[in-house]
Design a protein around this ligand. Structure first.
Ligand code: CO8
Length: 260
């Protein structure tokens, strides 16, 4: 495993946990951290048997945004390159075959909210705070927030958040559908890993196909998206896991999935 300064990666059975750890800057994303994030995601993709990834942050922030100090003097071309780098990194999360759960432990602002949105779904600590405060800095979200936030919570709520820079509590984020579940005290990471382990017990090819069908469908009209679902559904029937899963049900025993 390569040395990374601000990212920790742990593997426990089929569950991987990626922790962003630059607490002195509330885990703000600079180019070096984004490069480490890509390298960690490559490691996850290249490690056999990972069934679900949990992404979290160290300290009081998940990620408090792109690094404002690193951005303050950029010209338009450099800003474009930085935004593209963020997109490339977050696209890798969506391209992973396994689901990714964002376990948002604290501030998820700007690029941090965008990172959480690139994950399949979000669990939050009661202390979490969400927002796209870029307009307060004279810019707009540049790591996918205008698109992924609208798709996740609807255009009306996304517009209000992006135009006002308002910060949502965990409970308000739950109310608008940004967050799936809110946990009290220190329960967040254990609960996220528990869900990750549950996902890991399912047929892995089927889980991957489900992730693909949902993501691919977001860019298509309903008819085309349903056609994509049909193809992915049919593809499951070429797998040993489909034979095993259905046989196990009929024989009233737990399935033993092999990922083939
Ligand atoms: N970038 C750089 N440093 C940061 C950031 C950040 N986003 N957030 C916090 N820090 C640093 C602070 O400067 C401070 O450093 P120091 O101790 O050296 O002064 C340290 O982290 C601790 O922060 P605070 O003292 O401010 O902690 P508080 O608990 O008082 O406040 C807040 C916490 C409310 C989270 C506050 O830090 C804050 O408002 N941070 C900025 C949040 C923000 O605006 N995020 C959006 C950034 S823009 C963005 O993400 C755009 C994404 C697309 C980029 C496109 C590329 C061109």
């Amino acid at each position: 495993m390569s040395e990374r300064k601000h990212i920790r990666l742990e593997f426990d059975g089929g569950v991987a946990t990626l922790t962003i750890a630059r607490p002195e800057a509330l885990n703000a994303l600079n180019p070096a951290l984004l490069a480490e994030l890509r390298s960690a995601l490559e490691e996850v993709a290249g490690t056999g048997g990972v069934r679900c990834l949990v992404v979290t942050g160290e300290g009081k922030a998940f990620v408090a945004g792109a690094d404002i100090d690193a951005m303050k003097s950029l010209g338009p071309e450099e800003a474009k390159a930085f935004a593209q780098e963020g997109h490339r990194t977050f696209d890798m999360i969506e391209a992973l075959p396994c689901p990714v759960i964002a376990a948002v432990n604290g501030f998820a602002l700007g690029g941090g909210c965008e990172l959480a949105l690139a994950c399949d779904f979000i669990y939050a600590s009661e202390k979490a705070k969400f927002g796209q405060p870029e307009v307060k800095l004279g810019v707009i979200p540049g790591f996918g927030g205008t698109q992924r936030l609208s798709r996740r919570v609807g255009v009306a709520v996304a517009r209000e958040l992006i135009y006002t820079g308002a910060i949502l509590s965990a409970d308000d984020a739950l109310r608008v559908g940004l967050v799936n579940r809110v946990f009290l005290g220190d329960a967040l990471l254990d609960e996220a890993r528990k869900t990750a382990a549950t996902i890991g017990e399912m047929g892995p090819l089927a889980v991957t196909a489900g992730k693909r069908a949902i993501l691919d469908g977001e860019d298509r009209d309903l008819h085309e998206a349903n056609a994509r679902e049909i193809d992915l559904f049919a593809g499951c029937f070429a797998s040993a896991d489909q034979t095993e899963g259905m046989a196990a049900f009929l024989e009233k025993r737990p399935a033993k999935f092999v990922g083939r």
